[in-house]
Design a protein around this ligand. Structure first.
Ligand code: ATP
Ligand code: MG
Length: 710
């Protein structure tokens, strides 16, 4: 067991101040890799070893199950295994499962992880778009409202106050209606969602003093990692947990705020000392993780956005940071996989390498390129590791062998075999081989799952010398409960969001093209600043070697795209080529405008049809349709079709003879106010303009504010 003093020996003087301030509020505000997570882990262990905190009433809160698993392992290594480490969500859910039935005398409703099915039904019921992009938009807007504790009836007022635009150009009352309908359908289905878990627990704690007293008894010391990404509802939960107690330690980095879109509020961190005037605030000025080359790159990216701390590196100099452009995404993936193959040949472990990207959806070409070269990999945050059939089967086998070995009825773990050798033998019984198959696909995925279990066994035997198969089975059961999937032995493919807090010696940051990072959905200055911070998070995951890549087209021969604007701060080549592009665009302003309209402003996809180009977005993406206007246009069209039929002496005339659906949608999106603007709408040719132009403009203008005569 480490002595209390020994726990402090691995910390520098600033870090020690934080680790030894054990009472009252403490905030550690510092840049990436400065040792924040290390300090809080050592602080917790030190406080328990010195008897200042009680392990059973200490809790650490992290943002992902993976981070919680990592901290649990680190605390175990520091001999304080009893401290609970949870995500906000997992902590609240446990409490709710315990107290909800006691207080309300009924079972807790089932928690639904996805909103799409209920939202789809709600949107369809209200005759609103229900495609995947629209449902995503509604879901994030509802999540924003709920993490800010805004119910549907207060939504319109709240967005006015926050100067917030509802998604897809929807009027506030329509978004409020979707929100209300979603809540109604959710209740009718007997479900609650992720945000409800926190809201319900907050409500229980606020309304029931006996519940609050009981919960607070077990939460005397609370530590929160990555506090810059806390949302208002998480803060309410923290406040309710604390009551009068101020033993709260928060750590974070405002430059790593990457969840503002979901309601994170970094000002909770930056104003901590205002809310707790007697707080101990510690700032850590240097990074222990990154080489000076990587640190300088991170500093330049933040400085170009006009924000951020300047970090200094405590590491030795390493290889130069490289920026590489490729012709298309497949060439980019191949180039990255070739470089990884070279590194592995030089003795770098595959588990020391990560490929990080803006979107989970971009992994495919990289998976193929790695498979083709026989390089093992795992997609971090992939769906339910512990729910996969091969993993469930392997767990059953490992558990069974563990019990049999402990009872002496089986010799699965031979005397001479190490734990990982025994596990390898059991996995071999399920068809696993140490070498990966050379193809991508289902058999490859199965291999990766079993390889991850084998790697977990190796890691476990290293941190728990003498551990038995039964201990390892118990560890896996524990990890399954925490949804803490093992990392595996291969290269990690992960999204930038899920890489938060983690580190690898070698990082490839890929897909750094405009439209991907910054993502095309980022339109405001605030959105762009968040995308820049996301790149900063990615850069600072690398300890020794960093390569940044982009491709000039998505697919071979496809439309050209620019490297990410953020690369201009890092690469002279990119800065020069972007300056040259700007010159060309200026010289042919007209062509420049045309080129801009050929990509969807939402998702960046090339626009194929004239209609799409006129709208500036593809058919799959939600537009900024004025729903009221669309309704008025539809009723005008019904009447116009009837009039047309009467004029021709027919019973009826189909509505499209007047105008097609997409034409009405385009009008409701563009809201033309004169004939020239109306003429630019696809579907409005000269004869339509003559026949219906004035009438359409009247319908459009009906919704505009009327100027009062003097
Ligand atoms: P992030 O902002 O990315 O979450 P962080 O501030 O939490 O980073 P840590 O992950 O705690 O940083 O530390 C970064 C790396 O630096 C880790 O490998 C950690 O072990 C190492 N480190 C931190 N402090 C020291 C120290 N005083 N001496 C040696 N290594 C250190
Ligand atoms: Mg950290």
């Amino acid at each position: 067991m480490p002595s209390a003093e020994h726990l402090l020996s691995g910390l520098d003087p600033d870090q020690r101040v934080a680790a030894t301030s054990l009472h009252g509020p403490v905030a550690i505000i510092a840049g990436a890799g400065s040792g924040k997570t290390r300090v809080i882990t050592h602080r917790i262990a030190y406080a328990i070893h010195t008897g200042e905190h009680d392990a059973r009433s200490s809790v650490a809160v992290t943002f992902t199950a993976k981070a919680a698993g990592e901290m649990t392992r680190r605390l175990r290594a520091l001999a304080v295994p009893e401290v609970r480490v949870r995500t906000f969500h997992a902590a609240a859910l446990r409490q709710l499962r315990h107290y909800y039935p006691q207080v309300l005398n009924r079972d807790l409703p089932e928690v639904t992880a996805v909103k799409a099915p209920l939202l789809g039904a709600a949107a369809t019921g209200l005759s609103l778009p229900a495609n995947a992009a629209a449902l995503r938009d509604y879901a994030s807007e509802i999540e924003w409202a709920k993490v800010n504790s805004i119910p549907p009836r207060d939504y319109c007022q709240a967005i006015d106050k926050a100067r917030r635009q509802p998604p897809a150009g929807l009027p506030g009352p329509v978004m409020a209606e979707i929100f209300e309908e979603y809540e109604r359908r959710k209740t009718a289905a007997g479900r609650i969602d992720f945000e409800d878990v926190l809201l319900l627990m907050v409500a229980l704690l606020e309304a029931r003093p006996e519940v609050a007293a009981h919960v607070r008894g077990g939460l005397r010391h609370i530590t929160v990692d990555e506090y810059q990404d806390a949302s208002p509802v998480q803060q309410r939960l923290l406040d309710a947990w604390l009551g009068d107690n101020d033993n709260l330690c928060v750590v974070g980095d405002p430059s790593q705020t990457i969840y503002s879109f979901a309601g994170a509020d970094a000002s909770l961190l930056t104003t901590f000392a205002d809310r707790y005037p007697d707080a101990t605030v510690v700032r850590l000025p240097s990074t222990y993780r990154c080489t000076p080359e990587i640190t300088a790159t991170a500093n330049r990216v933040l400085a170009a956005g006009g924000e951020g701390l300047t970090l200094t590196s405590r590491q030795q100099s390493g290889p130069a940071v490289r920026v590489r452009g490729y012709a298309d995404a497949a060439a980019e993936a191949g180039g990255v996989a070739d470089q990884i193959a070279d590194l592995l040949a030089d003795g770098v472990a595959a588990s020391d390498v990560a490929i990080l990207m803006r979107l989970n959806a971009l992994t495919e070409p990289f998976e193929e390129a790695l498979s083709a070269r026989g390089i093992g990999y795992q997609v971090s945050g992939g769906t339910g590791f512990f729910r996969r059939a091969e993993v469930r089967k392997a767990l059953t086998v490992i558990r069974g062998a563990g019990v049999a070995t402990a009872a002496g009825t089986d010799t699965a773990q031979g005397a001479a075999d190490s734990l990982s050798q025994t596990v390898a033998a059991l996995l071999a019984g399920l068809g696993w081989t140490p070498q990966p198959p050379l193809t991508a696909g289902a058999s490859r995925d199965r291999w990766e799952s079993l390889a991850a279990l084998h790697a977990a066994a190796r890691e476990f035997e290293a941190s728990h010398p003498g551990a038995t198969l039964r201990d390892f089975a118990a560890e896996l059961t524990d990890r399954a409960e925490r949804a803490d999937a093992p990392d595996g032995a291969g290269v990690t493919l992960a999204s930038l969001h899920s890489a938060k807090g983690a580190e690898w010696p070698v990082v490839f940051l890929v897909g750094l093209a405009e439209g991907v990072l910054p993502h095309s959905s980022a339109t405001t200055a605030g959105d762009i600043a968040e995308e820049r911070r996301l790149l900063y998070v990615g850069i600072t995951r690398a300890a020794k070697r960093l390569v940044l890549t982009y491709s000039k087209a998505r697919s071979a021969g496809g439309r050209e795209r620019s490297p990410s604007r953020f690369l201009a701060a890092i690469s002279e080549d990119v800065a020069a080529s972007m300056a040259a592009n700007r010159q060309t665009a200026k010289a042919s302003g007209k062509r420049g405008r045309g080129a801009k309209a050929r990509r969807c402003r939402n998702c960046g996809k090339p626009l194929d049809t004239g209609a799409e180009q006129a709208l500036g977005r593809c058919r799959d993406c939600p537009g900024t349709v004025d729903v009221d206007l669309l309704e008025r246009l539809r009723s005008w069209r019904r009447q116009a079709a009837e009039d047309l039929a009467a004029a021709k002496g027919k019973d009826r005339e189909p509505a499209f003879m007047v105008a097609r659906d997409e034409t009405l949608e385009a009008i409701a999106e563009k809201r033309p106010t004169d004939l020239a603007a109306l003429a630019s709408i696809p579907g409005i040719g000269p004869s339509k303009l003559d026949d219906f132009g004035e009438a359409i403009l009247e319908v459009v203008n009906e919704g505009l504010p009327v100027t009062q005569p003097d």
